[in-house]
Design a binder for this molecule. Structure first.
Ligand code: FAD
Ligand code: FMN
Length: 622
């Protein structure tokens, strides 16, 4: 459990608390991809800043809820809960929720001394909106717990999750403080938690300046992992489609890294911010003149930037300079505005309606908003520490490995779609996918060959998305777009196995826009031949013929008899790709079970649950 800050025992507010109310707050999150976790930490940090109190933050499943069951002590917990799957709990909250559900069946107020706040994260594009947070709320209410303030919901569909959170938080935080009888600390000015000192390159002990991941000395030796990535050489790449819908294949050498992967694992890639964005950011915050200035960083919190380093290295390699901005950040930044006019503009922009229209819908980054507000003039007064604290770390991105270690033990293949979207007349470029594309294609020599120094910092992340251990089990694979990546690996895996064993049947349902959108078009017939027709591939083309739009779901229903037969033979069912497009797959499987097996909805749900438990139904969605 992470502790944010330290309790000030001399604080009068804590002394005046009722002896029954615990003076600490626990913030728990259920988060699959990190949004709920980020908000939980943001909330805890703000509590610490405002009230100077100790706050515990952790994933729900790391907290022992049984310790507060039937406890006479009043406990306060604030939950941040994301929905996943079909309105279900995230992996790091499911154990806790099962435990609470069991408690509920005892029909007793086991948690009557729990006071809680709840903010749910979800997306209205999914069938069961906010399933996880609403289930938790019902469960806690049955257990006699008291909801503090109002229950909050954030909707990810229109990119306004953070604004929904801020609206809820602005009402909830004072309610929570009143409940705990906390008084806000009087100091309310910006106080840095990261301290930066500019030093001469000669003053530090070993004389080494960390200017990028590529320069880190310790990267030279294995073992490599998320905190110590390997600088891997790109060895081959190939474009499938270009322009705004750019999709490509690339091969990365693992030689010399001792990195091992298994079919279905993910490759983590650390991106580098675009030179164009770095340059504008450096200009805006007057960092160009001191780009190579060596700085040393200190903080009471764990630091994610190596030190000593340079301003340029931080902006280029470590800082999420393109992260979305919140209206709350605009209000703080207004204090550092270069003119009254810019300040007024920022404050006006921070109202909810204008913020949605002018910032969220145009998908502006912090530096773009500030540049517009000052008519292109720099903002010299924004503390660099504030930028580090509010923009956060440039996180690695994950890609499903598109090869099998049985065929390519020293290479990891990736299938990447560049994130390029036309937003209000401007192309939005995703950081990592476009970075890899630029390394693969723009830095190649005239003959299109990759050069030795074309490298990317990578690591391997284990995944549970795995082909069956037993090679003769049938496999049903469903994907859209780059979701094809792990299935290329699965098929290669079976080809390698088929040299010595009989392998089971494989059906691949592959959703693309049209024929030109099919990735690895020349490989599928070869794989079918190599597997002596054990592999059948069904393409669902949604835009080939406007009169006949086909989606993977349509073809699966057409072939539901075959699918059911394979499931009866012990087939494994896999789903991979865009979460939104494939969110109804488990519903479809239940539907097939009801229709073909002749069982009830409830029985189908139990069967599918069993499939999930023993790995026979697996999803890898993003
Ligand atoms: C397990 C897993 C496997 C994956 N496998 C693959 C794969 O095989 N192939 C593949 O192509 N991808 C895969 N992905 C997706 C991949 O990890 C990246 O998410 C993808 O490449 C986009 O990253 P990016 O850095 O290019 O875009 P980012 O810069 O991260 O942008 C992505 C999105 O974030 C939002 N965003 C970013 N900045 C802002 C802002 N300022 N304001 C508002 N919104 C913003 C936007 O919605 C944007 O479209 C996988 C993801 C996961 C989790
Ligand atoms: C695979 C997947 C399934 C999802 N299922 C649901 C759902 O059933 N209901 C819902 O309201 N939101 C659903 N969402 C949306 C997430 O809850 C939402 O994007 C949230 O902000 C993610 O938070 P996290 O990063 O903490 O996991 C789903 C998202 C993904 C990627």
């Amino acid at each position: 459990m992470e502790i944010i800050g330290a309790r000030d025992d001399g604080d009068t507010a804590s002394k005046s608390c009722s002896s029954e109310i615990s003076d600490t707050v626990t913030v728990l999150y259920g988060s699959q991809t990190g949004s709920a976790k980020k908000l939980a930490f943001q909330f805890a940090n703000e509590l610490l800043e405002k009230y100077k109190k100790k706050v515990f933050v952790d994933a729900m499943d790391n907290f022992d809820l049984s310790s507060i069951v039937d406890s006479p002590q009043l406990t306060t917990i604030v939950f941040f809960v994301s929905s996943y799957g079909e309105g279900e709990q995230c992996d790091n909250a499911s154990k806790t929720f099962s435990y609470l559900s069991k408690l509920c069946s005892e029909n007793s107020h086991h948690l009557k001394n729990l006071h809680y706040g709840l903010f749910g994260l979800g997306n209205t594009a999914y069938d069961i909106y906010q399933g996880a947070s609403r289930d938790l709320k019902n469960c806690l209410s049955q257990l006699g717990s008291t909801l503090l303030g109002s229950y909050g919901e954030g909707n990810d569909e229109k990119g306004e999750l953070v604004e929904d959170y801020l609206q809820w938080k602005n009402q909830f935080m004072p309610t929570l403080a009143e409940h705990l009888r906390w008084k806000p600390s009087k100091e309310n000015t910006y106080k840095p938690s990261i301290f930066i000192s500019e030093v001469s390159p000669r003053t530090h002990a070993n004389g080494e300046i960390v200017s990028s991941l590529r320069d880190l000395n310790f990267l030279d030796k294995p073992p490599y992992h998320i905190a110590k990535p390997f600088n891997a050489r790109l060895i081959n790449s190939q474009k499938f489609t270009d322009g705004q819908r750019c999709q490509f294949h690339c091969e990365i050498s693992l030689e010399g890294s001792r990195l091992k992967y298994q079919t279905g694992d993910h490759l983590g890639v650390y991106p580098i911010n675009r030179e164009e964005d770095v340059s504008k950011f450096m200009f805006l915050f007057c960092l160009r003149q001191k780009a190579e200035q060596v700085v040393q960083l200190r903080s009471t919190l764990p630091l994610w930037i190596p030190s000593p380093t340079t301003y340029k290295a931080i902006v280029k390699h470590y800082l999420n300079i393109n992260s979305a901005i919140s209206s709350q950040m605009l209000q703080t930044l207004a204090n550092f505005a270069p003119s009254d006019k810019s300040k007024d503009r920022l404050l006006r922009l921070s109202s909810r309606d204008l913020f949605t229209k002018e910032v969220v819908e145009r998908r502006l980054t912090m530096w773009e908003v500030l540049l517009e507000a000052s008519d292109g003039n720099p903002w010299p007064d924004v503390p660099f520490s504030f930028l580090l604290e509010s923009l956060g770390k440039l996180e690695p991105r994950y890609y499903s490995i598109a090869s099998s270690e049985l065929l390519y033990p020293d290479q990891a293949h990736l299938t990447i779609k560049c994130e390029r979207e036309l937003v209000k007349g401007k192309i939005f470029y995703g950081v990592c996918s476009n970075y890899i594309e630029s390394i693969c294609f723009r830095e190649a020599d005239q003959a299109g060959r990759l050069r030795d120094w074309q490298t990317v910092p990578i690591f391997v992340r284990k995944s549970s998305f795995k082909p069956p251990l037993n090679g003769d089990r049938p496999m049903i694979m469903v994907c859209v777009g780059t979701g094809i990546a792990p299935f290329r690996g699965f098929v290669q895996h079976r080809i390698a196995m088929s040299a010595a064993h009989n392998v089971g049947k494989m059906i691949l349902f592959y959703g693309c826009r049209d024929k030109s959108d099919i990735l690895y078009p020349n490989e599928w017939p070869k794989y079918s031949t190599a597997l002596e027709s054990k592999l059948s591939v069904h393409f669902a083309l949604s835009r080939e013929d406007p009169a006949r739009k086909q989606y993977v779901q349509d073809i699966i229903l057409q072939l539901s008899k075959d699918i059911h037969e394979l499931l009866e033979q012990g087939a494994y069912f896999y789903v991979c790709g865009d979460a939104m497009k494939l969110s109804n797959m488990s519903k479809l499987v239940r539907q097939i079970l009801v229709q073909r097996k002749g069982i009830s909805e409830e029985e189908a749900a139990t069967t599918l649950k069993q499939f999930k438990l023993n790995g026979r139904y697996q999803e890898d969605l993003w």
